[in-house]
Design a protein around this ligand. Sequence first.
Ligand SMILES: Cc1cc2nc3c(=O)[nH]c(=O)nc-3n(C[C@H](O)[C@H](O)[C@H](O)COP(=O)(O)O)c2cc1C
Length: 336
Amino acid sequence: MTTKIDAPQFRKALGSFTTGVTVVTTHGEDDKDYGLTANSFNSVSMDPPMVLWSLGKKSSSLPAFQAAGHFAVHILAADQERISNQFAKSGTDKFAGCTIDRGHGRVPLLDGCSARFECRVVHRYEGGDHVIFVGEVLNFDSFERPPLVFHGGNYGMVMKKTDDAAAARTSFGDGWLGFLLGRAYYQMLLPVRNNLAGHDLRDIDYNILTVLSMGDGRTVAELDRLVSISGLRVADDDIRKLAERGLVVLDDGSEREGVVRFTDTGRSYAIELLAISKAAESDAERDLDYREAQVMKLLLRRVIQTTASMLPDHWQKDQFWRGNHLWTEPEPSDVS
Ligand SMILES: Cc1cc2nc3c(=O)[nH]c(=O)nc-3n(C[C@H](O)[C@H](O)[C@H](O)COP(=O)(O)O)c2cc1C
């Protein structure tokens, strides 16, 4: 007799168990490659080395796996969500765009994953609506890439838990988010500021050059609007001083309002500042691993989105990014 359970609730409860994501592949007797996304993977034994995974009986790959003597399990890396989705779609060319090596039993081996196990099938067990495959590991590779995670129907990344009491402190003061963001920003900006000081330039000059780096050719009023979020204001005098230094020109032309543009010197100096700030970013992320750096940016983007509604109207309507920015990898959605 089958126990009566609420299937959606059962599925939901199972989803609270966090797993990695794998792609299991094999080579069929028909000389075709087969594969599917599976999170039912688990380790079984150290000696002999054995692993298992289970395959739904409705899977179109079942006959191929039933007949095959070998399979390979690829533990997907954090940046392989696309591969996971590709191998979870039945009836498509799952291997499209994949670089393939051949392993034991001509099994297709994918690259870019976190770890890979080549296995010989040693047991097949009936498991309700699934078949459980147990394989002896013949060969494995560990690529040290951070893994993709699956929890509650969503993909995720692993983040180390910290016992640092300071991390959990919520009191106003040095636990205030604004203080932390501000302090991190000013500390990161020190190398840029030192460089500016060496050129006898100030914060307002940096702000103007930065806004021009995101899109050259702005009126003074536009520059003022965009810079105003920092609390600083741009006046004609600031532009005149930068022009005297040969960094910008005020292109009066036939336009009603003059437009400020980089000179060649100004553009190369802005690129130099950009390089210094990129180096400062790498330095700041030195003690973070890939996942932590990604999560930090993700959370900061959320804070930016949540607090954007507090911006004055004129600032919200302005767009920093234009086609003629100096960044190689623009992220326009970050600042709009
Ligand atoms: C994260 C994730 C984990 C999955 N785990 C399994 C699994 O362990 N076993 C299984 O049979 N299907 C699993 N699936 C579903 C299969 O990948 C999906 O049904 C696939 O289309 C089967 O392909 P096929 O019909 O071409 O064999 C999973 C899907 C996802 C997205």
